[in-house]
Design a protein around this ligand. Structure first.
Ligand SMILES: CC(C)(COP(=O)(O)OP(=O)(O)OC[C@H]1O[C@@H](n2cnc3c(N)ncnc32)[C@H](O)[C@@H]1OP(=O)(O)O)[C@@H](O)C(=O)NCCC(=O)NCCS
Length: 175
C-alpha cells in the first residue's frame, strides 16, 4: 500500500498539478462543466480563496479542495462565510477517503480562521456526513436554493432564522 496522503496548504508551485487533478477528476464525472480549474485560478487572482489544500501522495498532488469567501447576511448582520468548491481527487485514487480528509481539514482551517458558516452546492448523499444540511441552507435566499444547496455552522452559534447567501464574483463569471 502507498503511504497515506499528507494534507497541506497549496503552494504557488502546485498550480499546474492542481489544475491537472481538477481536469482529470471532472472529466467524465458527469458533474457540471469543465470550468472548475479556471474557477480556482479566478478565485485566487481575486483574493477570494480562504483555504486551499492539497493531498500529496508519493510526492504528487492526489487531490485538492478550495473554500472561497462568500457574501452572507444572517438575521440582518454580516456573517463570515466560505463556499466549498471545487473538491477533486485523481480518478485512480477516488473512494479511499482522500476527499473526506481534504474537506475535514478544510473545515478545521476555516474554524481556526473564525469563519462562521460554510455552504456547498453538491450531492446530498455525500456532504451531510461532514455536517452540511439542506435545511440550514434553505433559510438563506440564494439562486442555488434546492436540495443540493447545503450549509453548516462552523462554531457553536445557533442557526440563524433567515438570511441571504452569495458566492464570490468569480462564480458568476464562469462561462
Ligand atoms: C467527490 C470526490 C472529491 C470525493 O473524493 P473521494 O476521495 O473519492 O471520496 P471519499 O473516499 O472521501 O468518499 C467516498 C464516498 O464518496 C462518494 N462519492 C464519490 N464521488 C462522488 C461524487 N462525485 N458525488 C457524490 N458522491 C461521491 C462515494 O460513493 C463514497 O460514498 P460512500 O462512502 O457512501 O460509499 C471525488 O470522487 C471526485 O473528485 N469526483 C469528481 C469531481 C467531483 O464530482 N467533485 C465534487 C463536485 S464539486
Amino acid at each position: 500500500m502507498p503511504d497515506a496522503p499528507v494534507i497541506r496548504p497549496a503552494r504557488a508551485e502546485d498550480a499546474g498539478a492542481i489544475d491537472a487533478v481538477i481536469r482529470a477528476a471532472f472529466t467524465g464525472s458527469g458533474h457540471g462543466h469543465q470550468g472548475e480549474a479556471e474557477l480556482v485560478r479566478m478565485l485566487e487572482a481575486d483574493g477570494d480563496a480562504l483555504v486551499s489544500l492539497v493531498a500529496e501522495a508519493g510526492g504528487a498532488v492526489a487531490g485538492h479542495v478550495l473554500f472561497s469567501r462568500m457574501d452572507v447576511e444572517a438575521d440582518g448582520a454580516a456573517l463570515s462565510a466560505a463556499g466549498l468548491a471545487p473538491v477533486s481527487v485523481a480518478p485512480a485514487l477516488q473512494g479511499r477517503g482522500i476527499g473526506a480528509a481534504l474537506i475535514r481539514a478544510g473545515l478545521d482551517a476555516l474554524r481556526a480562521q473564525g469563519v462562521a458558516i460554510s455552504f456547498v452546492l453538491g450531492n446530498e448523499a455525500y456532504y451531510p456526513r461532514f455536517g452540511y444540511s439542506p435545511d440550514l441552507a434553505a433559510r438563506f435566499a440564494s439562486p442555488f436554493a434546492g436540495p443540493h444547496f447545503m450549509a453548516m455552522m462552523l462554531g457553536d452559534r445557533a442557526w440563524p432564522e433567515r438570511g441571504r447567501a452569495k458566492y464570490a464574483p468569480a462564480f458568476s463569471r464562469l462561462g
